[in-house]
Structure formats: structure tokens, C-alpha cells
Design a protein around this ligand. Structure first.
Ligand code: GDP
Ligand code: GDP
Length: 436
């Protein structure tokens, strides 16, 4: 059974949700009112854009309680609204400040794993559009400026909504999987053995013959009561040594897998250590923005010298991902494998960490005062404002005037962010945008 996808409109009262719904369904169906909180019930309407049909659901928005932080009530309303959605449109008012409730609901939305768009409504003019800095701090990515009332930019916005819609929606989805893990490493490092250990029973063929497991196999495993999708892969061989087609596809698949996963369990054979090949793979994982846990496997059968050599190779080749935790373990005997779930949870938590805009801003201001950015091409750049614009992985945006920050300075900021907050196991990104 398939059904039409559902687009849920979320946002606090008076930001223009009903106006937007009216604009989308092109009829005066939802009630619009200046008084906050008039649209109480959730209502669903049929809509169509560029030949794609969907339902759009208006939510009442949550009551504002300025004194308290996110209350259980608001949390519940937001969770219910989001749970039935295929795409969520978070509507914010371009002309007012964000509240703690907005930030709290943004976190719920982002944790839900449901695709979303952030809309800056009431962007009636280019002037309003150029002052949306406060909305970046919600951590939901770049705000899309629209005016629901005047129809400004709403076509582009609907294009983006339609692009996020799934083709067909099954009546029943599997909403419980909280993250996707990939097990990556060369053939024979112990990937299948680790998957069996995580899954708790023999499900994958384990063999001494390199390359027995050829295709990625997705398994749902329960780790401490939570569901994870685990993607097993056939490993990566040196590209230059790829001789037959099957190996070639295995390599391509492993690259795809990196793109699909939230956290990579990167297994290195303790007997071989990290080589140039591991270095390349780690670069790719970091570039894809995945969380990373380095597993030095087969620790059970290593001599003390081998252990030291392997440690050295990791310190040497993988220094650029020194933020990744390293677990020395044995997939075969299970020694220390009980630590893995905790590592995974920590990495997921750190990837989803969101630092409130005032805090980021204060830290960056202090850093800038103590260590001003160096003069480049005769100009000294100044960071006007800094926010965390995204999570998964944490992405910070520095709004800069008067020239460019060099890569060294950006790295300096990144390192200080890591000193201040726990981002163990996740890459973080620091981007700049010019302001004139
Ligand atoms: P809701 O409570 O979020 O559903 O908000 P409404 O749709 O009822 O809108 C609240 C008020 O904001 C109404 O007076 C709308 O006319 C006004 N409004 C909605 N969209 C816009 C917009 O794009 N620009 C301006 N200037 N006002 C808007
Ligand atoms: P894959 O090709 O990466 O999936 O590797 P497998 O899981 O098939 O393991 C390859 C071989 O290494 C098998 O003989 C495993 O029993 C062995 N192996 C896997 N993990 C360990 C380990 O922690 N210690 C030892 N000594 N052998 C292991």
C-alpha cells in the first residue's frame, strides 16, 4: 500500500504557517488570524506542485511560554507533528528573534532524521533577506527567504519541497533505526567477524579466503536496545591492484557506503598497521563528514613489538583524524568489544551536538580579540558573527568582513572549538561567508 507523501508545516504561532499553507494549496482553506494560536487543530490539505501531489498539514504551533525552557508539552506536540511527516517545513519569522522553544523544537526535528527545510517567512524585501543571521543559529542549515503573503520566492521553495519528497511512501516505514553504521577495511581484517559479534549471531559467511564477502550486506542490529543499520562491505583493495571486475565493484561500493553512513567503523588489521591505503580511506571518510571510530583488530594475536609498530603507523598516517577514538580489540575473542556501543553512542551524540549561537559567538569573539586574524593581501579580515549552522557533522559559519581568513586561522578556530566542546569522533567544518 502506498500513500501520498505528507509535508508538515511546523513553527510557533504567528510566523505565517496558515498563510503559507494557503499559498501552497492556493485556496483560503486554513484560517489566518493576527491573534497568536488561532489555528488550533492540525489540518490536512491536498496540494500539487510541478505535477507532484502531496498532502500538506498545518500544525497549530506551540504555545509560547517565555519563562520556561522547552516544556514536555511543546516537546510532545512537536514530536507528534514530526512523527507522521515525510518532509517538515520549519517556518521561522525573518523579522523576530528565535526563542529557546524554537531551538528546542529544531533539535527534535533534526534528531528525527526526517528531511526538512528551514523557511524565513516574512522576507518581504531584499533588505529583510540580508539580515537572517539569527536564523542560521537554529542549526537547520541555510534559511530559505520567502514571503508567504506576497508569494515572493515561494515557487523556488516549492521546488525544494518537491525535491525532498520520496517517490512512493509505504504504508509502514521502519522508523526505529537511529543511525547507519558502516564497517570498512581491507579484505580479511575481520569485518564479518565484527558484524557477527555486533549482531550476536552468525549471519554472515566468515572465511579465511580473502574477499569471501563480496557485496554489502545490510543488517539491522540492536545495540543496548537501540536499532542500527549496519552495512558490511567487501573491503577495499589498493586501486592499482584491482584486476577483475568484481573487485572493482567492491571498491566502488565501499565508497558509496561511506556516503550512506553516519558512523564508520574503520577496521585496521593490527598485524599490518595503517598504510597509505588506510590514509586515503580515512581522508575520504572525513571528507564525507562521517563519524569515525578506528578499530585496531586482532589485538589478541599481536606481539608487544607489533602493537607498538601498529600504534606508530596510526599516529603517523592518521594524525589528521586524531579526533577519532581508537579501540584496540579482538572481534574473534570479543576482548574489549563491549566498549564499542559506548563509542558509537558518544560519536553520534557529538555529531548531533549543537552549540547555541550566543555561545559560539562569544567564544569566537574572545579568540579574535586575543589572536586577531592575520593581514592578508593588505587587509585585516574581521569576523562579525559566528554560528553553528548545521549538525551531522557540526558545521560552523563565520561571517567575515574585510578580506579572507586564511586556512591556518580557520584551523585555529576549529581546534579551539574542539578544545571547548566534545567533538570526539566527528569531523567539524568551519566555513566562511563574506559580509560587506
Ligand atoms: P500562523 O499562526 O503561523 O499560522 O500565522 P498566520 O498565517 O496566521 O500569519 C500571522 C500573521 O502574519 C498574519 O497577519 C499574516 O498576514 C502575517 N504574515 C504571514 N506571512 C507573511 C509574510 O510573508 N509577510 C508579512 N509581512 N506578513 C505575513
Ligand atoms: P573480512 O574479510 O574483513 O570480513 O574478515 P573476516 O571477518 O572474514 O575475518 C578474516 C579472518 O580473520 C577470519 O579467519 C577470522 O577468524 C579472523 N579474525 C577476525 N577477527 C579476528 C581477531 O580479532 N583476532 C584474530 N586472531 N583473528 C581474527
Amino acid at each position: 500500500m502506498s500513500r501520498l507523501p505528507i509535508v508538515v508545516i511546523l513553527g510557533r504561532p504567528n510566523v505565517g504557517k496558515s498563510t503559507l499553507v494557503n499559498r501552497i494549496v492556493r485556496a483560503k482553506a486554513a484560517v489566518t488570524n493576527e491573534e497568536a494560536g488561532v489555528t488550533r487543530d492540525r489540518r490536512q490539505f491536498d496540494a500539487e506542485w510541478a505535477g507532484t501531489q502531496f498532502h500538506v498539514m498545518d500544525t497549530g504551533g506551540w504555545e509560547q511560554r517565555p519563562q520556561e525552557r522547552l516544556t514536555a508539552d511543546i516537546r510532545e506536540q512537536a514530536e507528534i507533528a514530526v512523527s507522521g511527516a515525510d518532509v517538515v517545513v520549519f517556518v521561522a519569522d525573518a523579522t523576530t528573534e528565535v526563542t529557546d522553544d524554537d531551538v528546542g523544537v529544531a533539535r527534535i526535528l533534526q534528531k528525527s532524521g526526517i528531511p526538512y527545510l528551514l523557511v524565513a517567512n516574512k522576507s518581504d524585501s531584499p533588505a529583510v533577506e540580508s539580515s537572517l543571521t539569527h536564523l542560521w543559529g537554529l542549526g537547520l542549515g541555510a534559511p530559505i527567504p520567502i514571503s508567504a503573503l506576497h508569494g515572493r520566492n515561494t515557487g523556488d521553495f516549492l521546488d525544494q519541497v518537491v525535491a525532498l519528497l520520496p517517490d512512493e511512501v509505504e504504508g509502514d516505514a521502519d522508523p526505529d533505526v537511529i543511525a547507519s553504521l558502516a564497517i570498512i577495511g581491507r579484505p580479511n581484517v575481520g569485518k564479518s567477524t565484527l558484524l557477527n559479534r555486533l549482531a550476536g549471531e552468525e549471519r554472515v559467511l566468515v572465511s579465511d579466503v580473502p574477499g569471501t564477502t563480496r557485496d554489502p550486506i545490510n543488517e539491522i542490529v540492536t545495540i543496548d536496545g537501540e536499532y542500527f543499520e549496519v552495512i558490511d562491505t567487501a573491503g577495499i583493495k589498493r586501486r592499482t591492484k584491482i584486476t577483475d571486475d568484481v573487485d572493482y565493484y567492491s571498491v566502488l561500493r565501499a565508497h558509496d557506503v561511506v556516503k550512506q553512513s553516519d558512523v564508520v567503523l574503520f577496521i585496521i588489521d593490527g598485524q599490518r598497521g595503517a598504510t597509505h591505503q588506510e590514509q586515503r580511506l580515512a581522508e575520504e571518510i572525513a571528507r564525507a563528514g562521517d563519524g569515525l571510530i578506528i578499530i585496531l583488530n586482532k589485538w589478541d594475536e599481536l606481539t608487544e613489538d607489533q602493537r607498538l609498530e601498529t600504534e606508530d603507523s596510526v599516529a603517523d598516517r592518521l594524525a589528521f583524524v586524531s579526533w577519532a577514538p581508537v579501540l584496540r580489540m579482538s572481534a574473534l575473542t570479543g576482548a574489549r568489544s563491549h566498549r564499542l556501543p559506548k563509542y558509537i553512542r558518544t560519536v553520534l551524540e557529538n555529531r548531533r551536538r549543537h552549540i547555541p549561537a550566543p555561545e559560539v559567538n562569544k567564544l569566537v569573539r574572545e579568540l579574535q580579540e586575543a589572536h586577531p586574524p592575520p593581514v592578508r593581501k593588505g587587509r585585516r579580515p574581521k569576523i562579525l558573527y559566528a554560528v553553528q549552522a548545521e549538525t551531522d557533522p557540526p558545521t560552523f559559519v563565520l561571517f567575515v568582513r574585510g578580506g579572507e581568513l586564511g586556512p591556518d586561522y580557520i584551523r585555529f578556530i576549529e581546534n579551539r572549538l574542539r578544545d571547548r566542546y566534545d567533538f570526539t569522533g566527528t569531523p567539524i567544518r568551519v566555513r566562511t561567508r563574506n559580509r560587506h
